[in-house]
Design a protein around this ligand. Structure first.
Ligand code: F6R
Length: 244
């Protein structure tokens, strides 16, 4: 079931989102957090850092598992998702970096590395999975057409996704990697709770299709209609087509 939460703007969306995360991290010092990159969760991560600095939460014994990583970017590249997580969250809280997991975009045997990642997720059930959504309805890098039964796998990125992400690569689509490794839809659906955030008018149609559309790989996020515990926090622009 999808529960909708309406925020005024990005700031309020981030604060609301943190109230759900706090509920998990305050009550379980061994929580397993499913994390996302991109513009959307940055405000949430700021809230997490601020509350950590206020002495409210310790991440010392927690485990994190990220959704995805570009293929071929050295980990120290500023746009690798590992760098993103270090910069936007891990460097600012007391989580043990050894317990933070991001798919390996440099594995020699990608298939083997993907299988290990899915096995790791199974062995460490995610308490709360944070998600953004692509303008084409993707979650993680599960682009339209991805089977709902997919586990961690290699994907070729759609041109639209690469264009959307070119803003992080000096606006040059040619600098955006062509492939990524992503958790599959089935891995995501195994999380105990899912918290999807969406901000901005360019997400409004994808959010509408996720919530009301047919449950179909055409809109990968529509699979979330089949999960029993999903919270979707939208700001006014992203929630434009939602009824309540
Ligand atoms: C990021 C991810 C993607 C993004 C989505 C939205 O780890 O898996 O699905 O959540 O592309 O990106 P932003 O938040 O930049 O609009």
């Amino acid at each position: 079931m999808i529960v909708l939460k309406h925020a005024k703007d990005y700031n309020e969306m981030s604060k609301m989102a943190y109230s759900f995360v706090k509920n998990v991290v305050k009550n379980n010092e061994n929580a397993v957090l499913g994390l996302a990159t991109g513009s959307t969760p940055i405000g949430l991560y700021k809230e997490m850092i601020a509350d950590y600095n206020a002495g409210e939460v310790s991440y010392k014994n927690m485990v994190s598992i990220n959704l995805d990583e570009y293929v071929g970017l050295p980990v120290e590249h500023p746009e690798s998702y590992r760098s993103f997580m270090n910069t936007n969250l891990f460097n600012h809280v007391d989580i043990d970096k050894a317990n933070t997991h991001v798919p390996n975009g440099l594995a020699e045997n990608v298939e083997e590395a993907c299988k290990e990642y899915t096995d790791f997720i199974k062995a460490h059930p995610i308490d709360i999975q944070i998600l953004g959504i692509g303008a084409n309805g993707h979650i993680g890098f599960n682009e339209p057409g991805t089977p709902f039964g997919s586990t961690t796998h290699l994907v070729e990125l759609k041109e639209k996704t690469r264009l959307d992400n070119a803003r992080f690569f000096e606006g040059d689509i040619n600098k955006v990697p062509t492939h990524a490794v992503t958790m599959g839809l089935q891995d995501i659906m195994e999380a105990k709770q899912i918290l999807l955030l969406a901000s901005g008018a360019n997400k409004a149609e994808a959010v509408r299709d996720m919530v009301y559309g047919p449950i179909s790989p055409d809109c990968p996020a529509s699979v979330l209609q089949l999960h029993e515990n999903v919270i979707v926090v939208v700001d006014e622009a992203a929630g434009y087509y939602l009824k309540a």
